[in-house]
Each structure stands twice: as structure tokens, then as C-alpha cells.
Design a protein around this ligand. Structure first.
Ligand code: GTP
Length: 374
């Protein structure tokens, strides 16, 4: 069975992290997020994958080539302009096997969904479109699905008010489709399956089914959820997941080749350091924290619950909590960065600044010393 992964979205809620890197390639525990999706597909012996591209499309082929190093076959299909989830599926039609069932995956979902069992359910139900569902406490931000006992879908409601939601089951962004559904998506137009294809098929009384699962599920679409994905992966909340790279240096502390950690530094797992990191005396890194290759942590710096990309530098006595620091970004001495702050690639935060409450420092920006205190 072929799989189509939708990876063309602009990832606007994750700006400025997605300014230079598309959301599916953002590092998750020091590997492109897409590695985790491809791992799940391989676990279920799905190795023939079409990537539906739009935003920053060239980055994917640069990262993965033909996929043979992963034992996979990757095909890249570009949209001139982002065509929406349905438009993207229609756009890959000529690369699908005629008459064959196929899988569609949103490229920003971290899950250990049992795809093999979902396919069994799809076939047994004689469904033409099976949607994976997850149960959430507050369905108001999602597409809510009502079903009968067999799982046959009766109704979709996009983003209902919390008190008006009639089910806690929401669209989890993985679909198994029969090729006949492609005839219901217009060619060359922007189209969203959630608002177009699915309700249209329902109106025509076609058999659509919801596959209810308690599998781990998270869409990494916001900064807080991106951090959450690190926390959950490192806490082992997924049944199957890729191990962090590097040696397990202490309990739940993985350190990449060529890293140096001063004896006077303290690392409290889960912590992952990429290759060639330097941690100075008196520094403390408390998990869940992940630092990419070549990061530097100065004397008495304190990091907790952070994600830093490669080459980020934290100077002496800087404090950084629950925040994301981009590639080669620099945090000056005595700074305090907290509350899901984002410091973009190559940005520099001068000494003594205090950033909090989801502040975003755009890539390449320099904040002068002691200029900001939130
Ligand atoms: P936001 O701008 O933050 O909403 O993110 P997004 O653009 O990625 O949109 P969303 O989270 O709704 O997308 C869900 C999945 O579909 C992601 O994996 C996107 O990459 C993908 N996607 C969304 N729109 C398109 C599109 O027009 N073309 C393609 N190929 N993929 C898309």
C-alpha cells in the first residue's frame, strides 16, 4: 500500500520556527519530525511514500533523497501554490496505483497508531474512507465526528462550541481511502478534505467509517505542543518510537559523540545532547531538555524543559525554561528566557534581558543588552 504524507502547509502557528524549516522537518529529539512518521510507516511495512509538497518544498528532497538509506521509496510531488489537504491528494493521483487502497497522513501528527489494525477495520467495514479518531476533552478546536455503533459516520461538525459538541471523537488526521474518492475532489483547485470531500461523501450516503483508537496522538502545530512532543517522546509515552541518538551517559541522559561535559555540571534526565556540545562547570540542564549538535552552555547557566537547535549558545548565568531556541541563536549572560518563548535562528539576545509569555524573537534579530523585560 502506498502512503501520501501531506507536508506542504506553511506552519504559520509555529512561526518563526518554520521561517527556514517546514514544520515536518523541525527537529524532534534531534531528528527531523518526518523521521518519526516514516518510522511508524516502516513499522507497518509501508515503504512506498509520496510526499505532497508546497511550502519550502526543496528542503525535503535535500533531507531525504530517494529514501533508499531508510529502505523506503520516496516520491516528491510539488504544488505550485498550496492546494489544501484535498487539493494535495488530488495532485498526487497519477502517482498512486490504479485501483489500490492508499493511506493519507497529515505530516504533523506524532502517533503510534496501529495502521495495520486500521487497515483491517477499513476492509472489514467495506469503507471507502476511514478516518482515524482520537477522543479529546475539549473538541471545540477540532472536526467532531458522530457515528453509529459499527463506526459508520453520520455527521461531521467542524470546531463546534464546547457545550454543543455531540461526541468527543475528533478527526486525528490519518485516512485510508479507496481510489474512487478521488473522483469527488475537483482538479486544480484549493480543496480541504475536512470541509469538502468528507461532508460531500456523507451527503451522497457513501460508507465512511471512523476508526476509534486510544493510541498516543499529538499534532505538533503550536509551540507548546512542539515542546509537549519532546516531553512525551522522552517519557516513553509512545509504544514504538525511535531511540535518541548518542550514548546513554547516565540514566535518561544521552550524549552525542565529541561532547564535553565538565565534572562540575549537573544533567538531570531526560536530557539529550547532540554531537560536539560543551557544558561548562556549574551549569545545570534539567529534563525534558534536548540540545542539538554543537550547542554551548556556559558556567552556571540553568536550562530546564528546553529545546535548542544546533549551534545554540547559552552564556554564563543565563536561565532558560520551557522555551525553544533556534539554530545558532545566542542567549547572552544573565538573561532569563521562559514561558514558551521562541528565539529564532541566528537571533541574539543581549545580556540581562527577560523574555516570557510566548515572546517571539525573529530570526537574525539582535536584542540590545537589558532592553526587554516582560
Ligand atoms: P498552520 O499554518 O499553523 O495551520 O499549519 P499548516 O499550514 O501545516 O496547516 P495544518 O496544520 O492544518 O495542516 C495539516 C497537515 O496538512 C500538515 O502536515 C500540513 O503540512 C499539511 N497541509 C496543509 N495544507 C496543505 C497544502 O495546501 N498542501 C499540502 N501538500 N499539504 C498541506
Amino acid at each position: 500500500m502506498k502512503a501520501v504524507i501531506l507536508v506542504g502547509g506553511g506552519g504559520t502557528r509555529l512561526r518563526p520556527l518554520t521561517t527556514n524549516t517546514p514544520k515536518p522537518l523541525l527537529p524532534l529529539v534531534n531528528r527531523p519530525f518526518l523521521d518519526h512518521v516514516l518510522f511508524l510507516l516502516r513499522t507497518h511495512e509501508i515503504t512506498d511514500v509520496i510526499l505532497a509538497l508546497a511550502y519550502l518544498s526543496e528542503s525535503f528532497e535535500q533531507a531525504y533523497g530517494d529514501g533508499s538509506h531508510l529502505g523506503m521509496k520516496l516520491t516528491y510531488v510539488r504544488e505550485e501554490e498550496a492546494m489544501g489537504t484535498g487539493g494535495a491528494i488530488k495532485n498526487v493521483e497519477s502517482h498512486l496505483d490504479p485501483g489500490e487502497t492508499f493511506l493519507v497522513f497529515n505530516g504533523d501528527i506524532l502517533t503510534d497508531l496501529d495502521l495495520t489494525d486500521m487497515l483491517r477495520f477499513h476492509k472489514e467495514s467495506a469503507s471507502i474512507c476511514t478516518i482515524s479518531l482520537t477522543s479529546v476533552d475539549d473538541p471545540s478546536a477540532f472536526g467532531v465526528v458522530d457515528m453509529d455503533e459499527s463506526g459508520r459516520i453520520q455527521r461531521f461538525t467542524e470546531k463546534p462550541k464546547r457545550e454543543e459538541a455531540t461526541s468527543s471523537w475528533v478527526n486525528a488526521g490519518t485516512y485510508i481511502l479507496e481510489p474512487e474518492v478521488l473522483a469527488h475532489i475537483p482538479s486544480g483547485e484549493f480543496h480541504m478534505v475536512e470541509r469538502g470531500l468528507f461532508p460531500d461523501l456523507l451527503k451522497q450516503e457513501k460508507p465512511l467509517y471512523g476508526y476509534r483508537t486510544g493510541a498516543y496522538w499529538l499534532d505538533i502545530g503550536t509551540p507548546a505542543k512542539y515542546l509537549q512532543a519532546h516531553t512525551d517522546l522522552l517519557a516513553g509515552r509512545l509504544k514504538h518510537s525511535l531511540e535518541p541518538d548518542g550514548e546513554e551517559f547516565a540514566d535518561m541522559v544521552w550524549v552525542g559523540e565529541g561532547s564535553s561535559i565538565h565534572d562540575g555540571a549537573r544533567l538531570t534526565g531526560p536530557v539529550v545532547l547532540g554531537k560536539g556540545c560543551k557544558v561548562a562547570t556549574g551549569a545545570s540542564i534539567v529534563g525534558p531538555s534536548v540540545l542539538g549538535a554543537g550547542c554551548e552552555v556556559g558556567e552556571e547557566a540553568q536550562l530546564e524543559g528546553i529545546v535548542a537547535w544546533q549551534g545554540a549558545r547559552f552564556e554564563a548565568k543565563s536561565h532558560c525554561h520551557t522555551s525553544i531556541v533556534g539554530t545558532r541563536a545566542h542567549i547572552g549572560p544573565d538573561c532569563c528566557i521562559e514561558g514558551v518563548t521562541i528565539v529564532g535562528d541566528n537571533a541574539s539576545v543581549g545580556a540581562g534581558n527577560h523574555l516570557a509569555n510566548g515572546v517571539k524573537v525573529w530570526p537574525g534579530v539582535t536584542l540590545p543588552e537589558r532592553s526587554v523585560s516582560f
